[in-house]
Design a protein around this ligand. Structure first.
Ligand SMILES: *Cc1c(COP(=O)(O)O)cnc(C)c1O
Ligand code: SF4
Length: 355
């Protein structure tokens, strides 16, 4: 594999920059220009360096380099696929479940994933939640004693400075009914140098448990730099969870998914969610069927440690929330008094007696 070194330390944020870096063929410039006018583009130096430009199916390139297929929007695809807007009581907060709320501190991300479920909302424009808007969002969280957990997402909150993050952490610490804080981020993989020991400390919420859900989709994202960044977060006392999206052409095969889940566990990250891709516009080329997803997850259950098992999740389109979507290993138990059939990892069925 030719390891590609992009010029400079800046993210590649335009088709021209991607062409110049050798990540897009110049004859594709025009068609991809149309994609970049519709959806934000950014590839960090760390991710650009991981792409093998000679490999047309490179799983890192597929995640970040625009594709003409994004211009195809299907009728069932939605601008707000998981219905955030319907559950936003105040700017920056999404409160769908009684015990937990999202606090969206920024709209921007270090990279723009081509399959992003919030692709109509995230981008380099838009202000971070600061000043009176942040005050109002925190006042809402403080006014709802049922809110036990606050989830910082966006955008990617880890693009904020250590000073900003520490400021938010201190203010959350002052709200007594909030017991748990969770950060969702892709920075440890895509821009690991940002995670300094000081940054890892700034993310602690005094007096609360802090969890960090790390988004990665392919084992190759676990570079030495990424592993070290993750270690700094673990060493600072955060509990680490994973988040991945099941993506056709990127990780939708047993070998890749196994490698990904093992890489998380080897780095002290407990697999949490494997998301079925949301119905975001222009992302149909990444979606497989729920049936195909279940078959893959079943095979993971069959040959990987229990530590490596994520929950396969569907966010019901429109805002009804997240549900686990299987696969099921038990059948027949719907009928009262009947035996159930339990399927083992070889596909053999065993009778289980009624209660
Ligand atoms: C995904 C999401 C959560 C977190 O759900 P968990 O199942 O607890 O990880 C919380 N609020 C909203 C609005 C969400 O979309
Ligand atoms: S990092 Fe998350 S929010 Fe940002 S573009 Fe990727 S999937 Fe979307």
């Amino acid at each position: 594999m030719t390891v590609h070194q992009p010029p400079g330390g800046q993210p590649l944020r335009s088709i021209d920059a991607l062409v110049e870096a050798g990540l897009v063929a110049s004859e594709r410039r025009e068609e991809l220009q149309a994609v970049s006018e519709r959806y934000a583009v950014s590839v960090t130096p760390a991710m650009a360096a991981l792409i093998d430009p000679a490999d047309a199916a490179d799983p890192i390139a597929r995640q970040f380099v625009p594709d003409a297929a994004e211009l195809v929007t299907l009728p069932q695809e939605l601008a707000d696929p998981i219905g955030d807007d319907a559950h936003s009581p105040v700017e920056g907060v999404v409160h769908r479940y009684p015990d937990r709320a999202l606090l969206k501190l920024v709209h921007a991300c270090p990279v723009y994933c081509r399959f992003c479920f919030r692709r109509e909302m995230v981008g380099p424009g838009g202000d971070a939640l600061t000043g009176a808007k942040l005050d109002a969002a925190l006042a809402y969280l403080a006014s709802r004693p049922d809110i036990w957990e606050v989830i910082m997402t966006g955008g990617d909150p880890f693009i904020l400075s250590a000073r900003r993050v520490r400021g938010v952490a201190r203010r959350l610490a002052a709200i007594s009914h909030i017991k748990v804080a969770r950060w969702h981020t892709r920075v440890p993989m895509v821009d690991p140098a940002r995670i300094t020991p000081d940054y890892a400390k700034a993310l602690r919420i005094p007096g609360k448990a802090s969890y960090i859900a790390i988004h990665a989709n392919h084992p190759r994202e676990f570079t030495d730099d990424a592993r070290e960044a993750i270690a700094r977060l673990a060493d600072a006392g955060h509990v680490l969870l994973s988040q991945s999206v099941l993506l056709k052409g990127i990780n939708a095969d047993v070998e890749t998914l196994s490698g990904l889940m093992r890489a998380f566990v080897e780095n002290r990250v407990k697999p949490y969610y494997l998301h079925h891709p949301d119905l975001a516009p222009g992302t149909s080329h990444f979606r497989l069927s729920l049936e195909e997803g279940q078959a893959l997850v079943k095979r993971l259950r069959g040959h990987l440690s229990g530590l490596c098992q994520p929950t396969y999740i569907l966010d019901i389109p429109g805002g009804a929330g997240k549900i686990p979507v299987g696969p099921a290993f038990l059948s027949g138990c719907e009928t009262p008094g009947a035996e159930a059939f339990a399927e083992d990892r070889h596909g053999e069925r065993h009778l289980y007696p009624p209660a």
